[in-house]
Ligand binder design. Structure first.
Ligand code: ADP
Ligand code: GLC
Length: 483
C-alpha cells in the first residue's frame, strides 16, 4: 500500500519534540511491513544541506497553489531507505529560526500561510502524484495541526483518497483569525461550526478532525481523555461525535534508542550486564560537574520547558527534597521564567543541581541512560516517548498517571519479596503527591535489590514499533475496504 505521510518535523533533520521521532520510526516500521511510503516535509533552512542525494522531481505546481518559486525535491532520509519529499518554497520556509517560531520564540506571523500552503501541496499531491510522479498514494496520513487542513482540502476537491489524522497533541490547534479563511482561498461556505470554524477562528486541527476519514491519537488513554470536557481543549464534543472513527494507538520507540547500540554513548549495556550503565552514570556526573558518587540517586529530566510538562511541580518542591542525598540534571528549553528559575537553582546548589538549557540530542541520550530516575510529571501527556526510552535504558520513570504515561508505566508495588512495576506514578499533578512519590522512589533506591528488580522489569518491556505498525496497517486496510 502506498502511504503519503505528512509531517512538519522528522529526526534527524528537524526536531522540536516527539513528533520528529515518530515521523521517522513509524514510516520505517511501515516500510518494513512492505508498504511504500513518501514523507512530505517543509523545506526548512538547513534541511537540504543534510541530504546527499537530493534532486528535483517537480517544479510546475499549479499557479496560485504556492508562492513562486516552489519545487518538490526528493531525497533519502539519512541512514534509512525512506524516501522524503521536500517542499522547497523559500518564501515560506527558508528563514533562520525554528520550524514554527523565530529565534526569539515568537510564532511566525505567517504560520497559517506557511502550513496552509503545505497542506494544499499535500492535498494536491494526494490527487496528482499518480499522474505526475508515477506514485499514487492509497491514503494520506496527516500529523497534528500543521498538516490537518489537508483532509478538508481533499474533501473540498473531491479527492477519492482516504485520510487519517493523528493527533499528537490536542493543545496545539492552529487557530487563526477568520480572515485567513479567504486569504487561503478556502470556501467561505465551509466557515461554520460543523467545518472550519472554531469560536470565530479558522482552526486547522478542527478542520482535520471534522474531515479526516479516521482520527487516531498516540495512546488509548489519551483517546479517552480528549473526549472529556476537562481534557478536550474545547473540542471534546466534536471528538465524542466522531468517537466511532477515533482510536488510540500507542507509539513505539525507534531502534536508535537501544542501550546496547546507542551511537551517542561511550559505553553500552544490557539488563544482564549493567556495568556500562554505572560507567555512564559516572560519565554524566563528571560531564555535568557533579561529584562522582555512585550511591547517590541521580535524577534526570529532559523536556520542553512548558506548563504541559509539569516542571513547576519539580521547582515548587525542590527546596524540600534537596535535603535528601540526590543529584538532579535537567536538559530543556522553553519558557524563559522556568529557564531562569532552573539556572538560579543550578547556581544556588551546584553540587546537587545541574541544568543545560537548549536542545542537545547527545546530552539527552547521556541523561536518559546515565540517570537512575527520570522525571515526567506532565499535566497531560498524549503518549510521551522519553519515559519509554528511560525504561528501555533501565532508568525508572516517575510520572503523573495520565495519557501515555499511565498506559506505559506499571507502578511500583513491593510486598514482602514480591516486587512489581517499572516506575513510579502519582494520581494528581499537585506538589504534595509529586513529593510523596519521589520519597517512595528514594526509599526504593536505597533497597538495592528492589531497585534492581524494578530495573529488570523496565528493561524487559518491549516498546518497539512492530505492534503499533500492525495496528496502523489494520486501520488503513479497514479504511480502504470501507464502502
Ligand atoms: P513531546 O513530544 O511532548 O516533547 P515526548 O516525550 O514525546 O514529548 O518526546 C520528546 C522528545 O524530545 C524526546 O526524544 C526527548 O528526548 C526530546 N527532547 C526534549 N527536549 C529536549 C532537549 N532539550 N534536548 C534534546 N532532546 C530533547
Ligand atoms: C507530542 C506529545 C507527546 C507524544 C509526541 C509523539 O509532542 O506531547 O506526548 O509522545 O507528540 O507522538
Amino acid at each position: 500500500m502506498n502511504i503519503l505521510f505528512l509531517t512538519s518535523e522528522i529526526h534527524p533533520l528537524i526536531k522540536t519534540g516527539g513528533l520528529a521521532d515518530v515521523s521517522r520510526s513509524l514510516p520505517l516500521a511501515l516500510h518494513a511491513l512492505g508498504h511504500g511510503v513518501r514523507i512530505l516535509l517543509p523545506g526548512y533552512v538547513g534541511v537540504q544541506a543534510q541530504l546527499t542525494d537530493i534532486h528535483c522531481i517537480l517544479e510546475d505546481f499549479p499557479y496560485g497553489l504556492l508562492p513562486a518559486p516552489a519545487r518538490l525535491l526528493e531525497a533519502t532520509l539519512p541512514d534509512t531507505a525512506l524516501t522524503l519529499w521536500i517542499l522547497d518554497c523559500p518564501k515560506l520556509f527558508e528563514r533562520e529560526g525554528g520550524p514554527y517560531q523565530d529565534e526569539k520564540g515568537k510564532d511566525w506571523p505567517d504560520n497559517p500561510a506557511r502550513f496552509g500552503a503545505f497542506c494544499a501541496a499535500g492535498a494536491w499531491l494526494a490527487q496528482q502524484a499518480g499522474a505526475r510522479l508515477n506514485w499514487a498514494p492509497a491514503l494520506v496520513h496527516c500529523n497534528d495541526w500543521q498538516t490537518a487542513l489537508t483532509p478538508a482540502l481533499m474533501k473540498f476537491w473531491a479527492c477519492p483518497v482516504p485520510s487519517v489524522l493523528t493527533i499528537h497533541n490536542l493543545a496545539f490547534q492552529g487557530n487563526f483569525p477568520a480572515h485567513w479563511c479567504s486569504s487561503l482561498h478556502l470556501p467561505s461556505s465551509e466557515f461554520h461550526m460543523e467545518s472550519l470554524e472554531f469560536h470565530g477562528q479558522l482552526s486547522f486541527l478542527k478542520a482535520g478532525i471534522v474531515h479526516a476519514n479516521q482520527i487516531t491519537t498516540v495512546s488509548p488513554r489519551y483517546a479517552r481523555e480528549i473526549q472529556t470536557p476537562q481534557m478536550g481543549c474545547g473540542m471534546d464534543g466534536l471528538l465524542r461525535r466522531r468517537a466511532s472513527d477515533l482510536s488510540g494507538i500507542l507509539n513505539g520507540i525507534d531502534e536508535l534508542w537501544n542501550p546496547e547500540t546507542d551511537i551517542f554513548l561511550p559505553f553500552h549495556y544490557t539488563a544482564r550486564k549493567l556495568q556500562g550503565k554505572a560507567r555512564l552514570k559516572k560519565h554524566l556526573q563528571k560531564k555535568m560537574g557533579l561529584p562522582v558518587l555512585p550511591d547517590v540517586l541521580l535524577i534526570g529530566m529532559v523536556c520542553r520547558l512548558t506548563w504541559q510538562k509539569g516542571i513547576d511541580l519539580v521547582l515548587d518542591t525542590l527546596e524540600d527534597w534537596l535535603t535528601e542525598e540526590v543529584q538532579v540534571v535537567v536538559l530543556g528549553s522553553g519558557d524563559p521564567e522556568t529557564e531562569r528559575q532552573l539556572a538560579h537553582w543550578s547556581s544556588r546548589a551546584p553540587e546537587r543541581v545541574r541544568v543545560v538549557l537548549g536542545f542537545n540530542e547527545v546530552r539527552s541520550h547521556e541523561i536518559i541512560a546515565g540517570s537512575d530516575l527520570f522525571l515526567m510529571p506532565s499535566r497531560f501527556e498524549p503518549c510521551g516517548l522519553a519515559q519509554m526510552y528511560a525504561m528501555t535504558y533501565g532508568t525508572l520513570p516517575l510520572a503523573h498517571a495520565t495519557g501515555g504515561l499511565a498506559d506505559t508505566i506499571l507502578p511500583c508495588r513491593v510486598q514482602g519479596h514480591s516486587v512489581e512495576g517499572t516506575g513510579f506514578l502519582f494520581e494528581n499533578p499537585v506538589p504534595r503527591e509529586f513529593h510523596e512519590t519521589l520519597g517512595q522512589a528514594v526509599a526504593c533506591f536505597h533497597q538495592k535489590d528492589v531497585w534492581k528488580q524494578l530495573m529488570h522489569h523496565a528493561m524487559a518491556r518491549d516498546f518497539r514499533w512492530n505492534k503499533a505498525a500492525l495496528e496502523y496497517q489494520t486501520l488503513y486496510q479497514t479504511l480502504l475496504s470501507a464502502p
